[in-house]
Unconditional design. Structure first.
Lengths: 176, 188
């Protein structure tokens, strides 16, 4: 048991440090480690785990927590979650402090000014990529377009658009 | 529609309990990705940050390893309350999702075969994708960029969405370009 926990910690801590772009970018590597390298779960069980994690709210890093839980129960969940989160969080804390410490300098001003449009471009691209990734079909496209418009034109909580999209999709199943 | 200058810097005092509760709500309501919900609550509902400040922190978070929104939570927590604020933000954001995901894992087998569940999840995924797109568009509308900024934005978008380069490749190419453009833009 202890050795499994140590392996979980080592595996996810190592993965966490190469996860630039977040967990979705890292998913193939996580699958490779969990299924091929360690044999903690089958391919089907991993796909299953990913589906459950996608249905839950919260940061998608919880897919790693769920892997830990399925491998070694509550201790596994705690170890996997801490391993994937603590190293990047410490790095973010350090980076944030460095930026604040030198906030008066031209270098930091330039860096921030450059990162804002870069980040916006990446987010816009992520939105388009996600819309494309959902099964094609006029219905899904209409749901995506409607929820995008909802965010742009109202100040209401985005959850309303999510609930409406879910309901519309279930209704379409019965009506169309 | 209400017109508020969301580009203006705001610097309210945000306590540890407020951070915890705010991020608890972000985690609990952040279906299909936390980004749109995080922006809604931090910028629009609680006015902790302006759109520009939020974009700055998100931009820094995107350059670092780890989930963007987790990195943003670290930066926001530290900014308002130091390390205790980081802990409050992270615990808040993770608490409900961890409870819910384990509960879902326990009941999943019983519901996974229902066609309503499949249709519902597809609809939710389509809506969540639209939320990310809409949030990006809204931030682009609210943040005034210098002209070279729009060039950077377009390059990053084309690299990731049109050419479909891996994110690390886009960042490696566009980040130095963006910095160069910003320096030129300041000089002229």
């Amino acid at each position: 048991m202890t050795s499994v926990l140590a392996e979980l910690a080592r595996t996810f801590a190592a993965l966490s440090l190469v996860s630039i772009g977040g967990i979705n970018v890292l998913l193939p590597d996580i699958r490779h480690q969990v299924v091929d390298v360690h044999g903690w779960m089958s391919d089907a069980a991993f796909a299953h785990t990913f589906a459950i994690a996608s249905a839950a709210p919260g940061p998608n890093v919880i897919v790693v927590s769920l892997v830990g839980w399925q491998v070694a129960g509550i201790a596994g969940l705690a170890v996997a979650t801490l391993a994937i989160m603590v190293p990047p969080c410490l790095l973010a804390l350090l980076a944030g402090r460095v930026l604040v410490r030198w906030s008066g300098t031209t270098a930091v001003a330039v860096l921030k000014a450059a990162l804002v449009p870069l980040g916006l471009g990446l987010m816009l691209a992520a939105g388009v990529t996600l819309v494309r990734a959902v099964d094609e079909g006029a219905m899904n496209l209409a749901i995506s377009a409607a929820s995008a418009a909802f965010v742009v034109f109202t100040r209401c909580n985005p959850l309303w658009a999510l609930a409406a999209g879910t309901a519309a999709s279930i209704m379409a199943l019965h009506l169309l | 529609m209400q017109h508020v200058d969301r580009d203006a810097p705001a610097r309210p005092a945000v306590g540890k309990a407020e951070l915890f509760v705010g991020f608890l709500k972000i985690g609990l309501l952040g279906f299909g990705g936390v980004g749109p919900q995080a922006r809604h609550i931090i910028v629009e509902e609680r006015h902790w940050l302006s759109d520009r400040e939020f974009a700055e922190l998100l931009g820094v978070g995107q350059m670092l390893p780890g989930p963007n929104t987790v990195n943003a939570a670290v930066l926001i927590g530290d900014r308002f309350q130091g390390p205790a604020g980081v802990l409050a933000s992270l615990l808040g954001m993770m608490a409900m999702p961890l409870l819910i995901v384990t509960a879902l894992a326990l009941v999943y087998d019983r519901f996974a075969t229902l066609s309503e569940v499949g249709a519902g999840l597809t609809g939710a995924a389509a809506a969540a994708a639209g939320l990310v797109l809409g949030t990006a568009l809204k931030m682009i509308r609210n943040i005034r960029l210098p002209r070279v900024g729009y060039l950077t934005l377009a390059l990053a978008f084309v690299g990731l969405a049109v050419l479909r380069w891996p994110l690390v490749g886009v960042v490696a190419v566009v980040a130095p370009l963006a910095i160069g453009l910003t320096v030129l833009g300041r000089r002229w």
